[in-house]
Design a protein around this ligand. Structure first.
Ligand code: CAA
Length: 257
């Protein structure tokens, strides 16, 4: 698959997607979002890949949706082109997705990071939803995902005022998992993803499904899903390998089957 607005490469069992429109601070136009989601789906189906990373460059993750592209939009043009439908496909990805964020992570880019399972940020990262300043509002899940992450009152403050927030504040509110020096973001993201890639892949995906369901399902249904996934893990060779390795006092060798 050839891409124009992202770069993709693999490092061992980690698939990396790099946003690549540096002249416009990686502004996410619709083609770019299509390319990102298509590549995530390719990695999700590739048995050699266990974890994915989405990153920008060392100056910027991305400065939001492409404003030039939205200038001529009308309610009907958006209804007919349905540009947000592709975002729904991102919620169906089963393997872990880690966002590695340097610099601006605004608007649609913040939504992209919030769609990821974990965020590793540099001390230089700036998060926010400036849409209100453009006379619009987040449209790719921002009101829902940020509210689930930090609660209604804080989410309203962030989205109403449209200000930028630094990585430490985002970490203190549970949006960001780790904050490191700007030049160490990539290294930390790869270190983390490589260690995650060593875990039993079937456990990792079943855990993702169950934890993500906690945000959507009532407790009883979430518990039921957890139990089913627990049972399903016992159908894997990795369950036998993991428990045997423990008993034999050796490290497990997980194969993802
Ligand atoms: N869309 C299109 N172009 C953008 C862009 C965007 N979101 N953000 C930056 N650019 C372009 C600029 O127009 C500029 O292009 P030119 O060199 O051709 O003039 C180039 O990128 C560099 O940007 P700046 O000169 O503005 O850089 P700066 O360092 O002075 O400022 C910034 C950086 C504060 C991030 C500023 O660029 C900015 O405010 N960008 C817009 C942020 C924004 O409003 N994002 C939300 C978009 S709406 C959205 O995302 C909706 C949704 O939920 C789906």
């Amino acid at each position: 698959m050839s891409h124009q607005l992202i770069k993709v490469y693999e490092e061992g069992q980690v698939g990396v997607i790099q946003l690549n429109r540096p002249k416009v601070l990686n502004a996410l136009n619709r083609q770019m979002v299509d390319e990102i989601v298509e590549q995530l789906e390719v990695y999700d189906r590739n048995p050699e890949i266990r974890v994915m990373v989405i990153k920008g460059n060392d100056k910027v993750f991305a400065a939001g949706a492409d404003i030039d592209e939205m200038l001529e939009d009308t309610p009907l043009s958006i209804e007919l082109t349905d540009p947000f439908a592709v975002w729904d496909r991102m919620t169906l990805i089963k393997k872990p997705i880690i966002a590695a964020v340097n610099g601006f992570c605004l608007g649609g880019a913040f939504e992209l990071a919030l769609h990821c399972d974990l965020i590793i940020a540099g001390e230089d990262a700036k998060f926010g939803f400036p849409e209100v300043k453009l006379g619009v509002m987040p449209g790719a899940g921002g009101t829902q995902l940020l509210t689930k992450a930090i609660g209604q009152r804080r989410a309203l403050e962030w989205i109403w005022l449209g200000e930028m927030h630094d990585a430490d504040e985002a970490k203190s509110l549970g949006i960001v998992n780790r904050v490191v020096a700007p030049e160490l973001v990539e290294e930390e993201a790869m270190r983390f993803t490589h260690s995650l890639a060593k875990q039993a892949p079937i456990s990792v995906r079943l855990i993702k499904e169950a934890v993500r369901a906690a945000g959507d399902l009532p407790l009883r249904e979430g518990m039921r899903l957890e139990r089913k996934n627990f049972y399903l893990a016992f159908d894997s060779e990795d369950q036998t390998e993991g428990m045997k390795a423990f008993v034999e006092k050796r490290p497990p060798n997980f194969k993802g089957v």
